[in-house]
Design a binder for this molecule. Sequence first.
Ligand code: PEP
Length: 227
Amino acid sequence: MLIAGNWKMYKRASETADFCLGLSPPPGVDVVICPPYTSLAMAAASGVTVYAQNVHWASEGAFTGEVSAEMLLDLGVKGSIVGHSERRQHFCETDETAWSRAEHALEAGLGVIYCVGEQEEEREAGHTEEVLRRQVSVLQPREGLVVAYEPVWAIGTGRTATAKQAQDAHAFIKSLVKVPVLYGGSVKPENAQELLSQQDIDGALVGGASLEVESFRAICETAARLS
Ligand code: PEP
């Protein structure tokens, strides 16, 4: 079971150091935190497993504002989130650019948490499987590749997919690509047990509830009990 905390654009280096001191990940579960770039070095120095939130597809070059897999590895970072819905929504990320990022990161030796998920209108129109099929079609199973199913309508909204909606989507994704699949979308200590008990849910990508060490630790402990 893998539990990853996506901090988005929160926490400076000093706050990161405090969080890592208080975390103590339980045995039997892989715990990852994904701080902003400016806090990666501090997090990596603490001994916690650290992923970035994005990574570029080139090793170096004229790409102002971007950071490469090799640069992340240099800091002791072990992987990266790729294709998060906020990148797709606000920064023109497409299935193709997301896979380019993921492919280079995997080749360079980083793990990748590759995000997919439908928007609310797409679910209401009955297009969830069509959207997931399109998003997953660019992926090739590789060592180190994990998918995160994150229905966009459940991210940061407090609305969680039901355990059945999540399980059905995970089973569908796994029928298309043989990789572990995390669930993401308003996971918190109160709903972690039900979600993580589903047969095809292999862990969670946690946003808001990963910002407080107590709630993140509680989710990690639930995962450890179920592992
Ligand atoms: C996320 O940002 O990936 C996420 C799942 O956020 P939240 O848990 O806050 O919905």
